[in-house]
Design a protein. Structure first.
Length: 284
């Protein structure tokens, strides 16, 4: 029996590939290692040596007190609650609305579909800075300033990027399946909700992960629309921490590490689904 899985790498080739990947990942990992290392030092250790060496990355002794001190100097749980509120609501809104729009572009035939899809794709080339002022004036005139509405409501209007990804994935679902469902009496909404969506979990999870990370790291949105400290998110709260405790570099790095850790954990848990979703959104 022949092996249809393609040629397999020898042990030596595998070692070479992994070694190359490790070496190439060092420039990306070094700033993170420096951040974690600094979070476990005292200020005297941080400023003791001017140069960055391998030995200087190892804190001696390890000072874990920076983490409780950082949490004490900023209302972490409040910021975390606010951030998770925005993440969950925007994930639901963006994924649900983008999926509906993508289904229309992928499976429904209507006049001007190609032109409308092209216009939608063209909007991704428009920088957000161009529309920042008119959008801000619009939300302020609606009385939404200092609320979460400007950060949540737009997510329910679909994202052009997510629509593009989901459209590409929906097009890979055989049309014969939809036609068979129509023969059995299913309407478009039933086909979408009971056939297309269950088959599209990897693509939906990929969009959800992108949106969650974007909402988690969003700094500009809260900076523009949030004025009440009780409504700050983690990204905006971290900037306020820098303003008040900028001289406490060890605590600052501890706060930054706490802010970064959930995203790293989320990516490792969702890595398989994320890669599967990306690899399957290149349909015709």
């Amino acid at each position: 029996m022949t092996n249809s899985g393609g040629p397999r790498l020898s042990t030596a080739n595998k070692v070479a590939v992994y070694a190359a990947l490790i070496v190439l990942s060092i420039p990306a990992l070094l700033p993170m290692l420096w951040m974690v290392s600094t979070s476990l030092k005292t200020n005297a250790q941080i400023f003791g040596k001017g140069e960055l060496t391998l030995s200087s990355l190892i804190p001696m002794p390890i000072n874990v007190k920076n983490y409780p001190d950082a949490l004490q100097n900023m209302p972490f749980l409040l910021y975390l609650r606010n951030t998770l509120l925005l993440c969950v609501t925007t994930v639901i809104g963006s994924v649900a609305s983008s999926a509906v729009v993508a289904y229309g572009f992928a499976k429904l035939n209507f006049p001007g579909r190609g032109a409308m899809f092209g216009v939608m794709i063209a909007t991704m080339a428009l920088p957000g800075q161009v529309t920042m002022i008119p959008v801000f004036n619009l939300f302020r005139s609606l009385g939404w300033y200092d609320t979460y509405l400007p950060l949540i409501v737009p997510s329910f209007a679909a994202s052009a990027y997510y629509v593009f990804l989901l459209t590409q994935f929906f097009r890979t679902v055989p049309t014969e399946m939809s036609e068979a469902a129509k023969v059995d009496g299913a309407n478009e909404w039933t086909i979408f909700s009971r056939l297309i969506l269950p088959l599209s979990k990897p693509a939906l999870a990929t969009c959800a992960l992108f949106q969650f990370i974007g909402a988690w790291n969003d700094f500009l949105g809260p900076l523009l629309y949030i004025n009440d400290p009780a409504k700050y998110t983690l990204a905006y709260g971290l900037q306020q921490f820098v303003s008040h405790y900028g001289g406490f570099f060890a605590q600052l790095m501890a706060a930054a590490t706490i802010f970064t850790l959930p995203i790293i954990v989320l990516f490792f848990f969702a890595q398989k689904t994320f890669i599967q979703g990306i690899s399957t959104t290149g349909g015709k």
